[in-house]
Design a protein around this ligand. Structure first.
Ligand code: 3SL
Length: 234
């Protein structure tokens, strides 16, 4: 029976063996929620990169570029990291190169895995269904914040664990997964209230981006499943 494990920060990835496993990369606020939204609105592929200059270089190849640092759109890029950007502009068939503080880092640091899928509350069911079919050991890699634990990615890990265990085809026998599951159950379906005092929600509120928080915490808005293929998400 395949297992589920949770890595609370990319900085802890050196403790995990990703080979032959499926990674679910998650950055609920907001990188992976934004990527799922971009695919749902017609993006052809997404190239996550770690550095601003690397991302900027893709503009000369006809890509749209997106960059966020400290929650704010970096200067000189087409988009920041709001899911709403991809509803306001026609991105049909376009390639988007993106760099964010933590989310794109979590993805790129997981490249050793047999499979990387992009998870968000927005596509939770699609991720669970795919993992059930795949039947590989799963590691949910939380993007966190600058190497630190965060609550929103952990809640997602709990939600996904709950679904996978309900399907009775997975086992989880480690404290990280149990902690995520307990926290999600404690949130009792009201993830928005549960996260009210959390660091990144507070940070985003200070930046006046409350709308994005509410949007990213919705469950199953999109039936899309971004998957890493060679050098990009498709
Ligand atoms: O850290 C990240 O990758 C971003 O998602 C952070 S923010 O939500 O854009 O501020």
């Amino acid at each position: 029976m395949p297992s589920i494990d949770v890595c609370f920060s990319p900085e802890l990835l050196h403790l995990y063996n990703l080979k032959g496993k499926a990674v679910v990369a998650v950055d609920i606020l907001r990188a992976t929620s934004t990527m799922v939204t971009a695919f749902a609105h017609g993006a052809a592929d997404i190239i996550p990169v770690m550095e601003l200059n690397e991302c900027q270089a893709y503009a000369s190849q006809g890509c749209l570029t997106a960059a966020e640092r400290e929650g704010i759109k970096a200067e000189g890029f087409d988009f920041g990291n709001s899911p709403f950007s991809y509803m306001e502009t026609d991105i049909t068939g376009r390639t988007i190169a993106i760099t964010t503080t933590n989310g794109t880092r979590a993805i790129r640091m997981s490249e050793e895995a047999a499979e990387i899928v992009i998870g968000a509350f927005l596509n939770l069911d699609a991720v669970a269904k795919h993992l059930t079919e795949l039947q590989l050991d799963v590691i949910i890699v939380c993007a966190g914040w600058k190497g630190m634990f965060n609550l929103e990615d952990t809640l997602f890990a709990g939600a996904l664990t709950e679904q996978l265990l309900d399907l009775a085809q997975f086992s989880s026998a480690n404290d990280a997964t149990l902690a995520a599951l307990h926290l999600y159950k404690k949130a009792n379906s009201d993830v928005l209230s549960f996260l009210n005092d959390s660091s990144h929600v507070q940070r985003m509120k200070r930046l006046g981006i409350q709308k994005d928080i509410e949007f990213c915490l919705q469950h199953n808005v999109y039936d899309v499943l971004p998957v890493w293929k060679k050098d990009r998400l498709v």
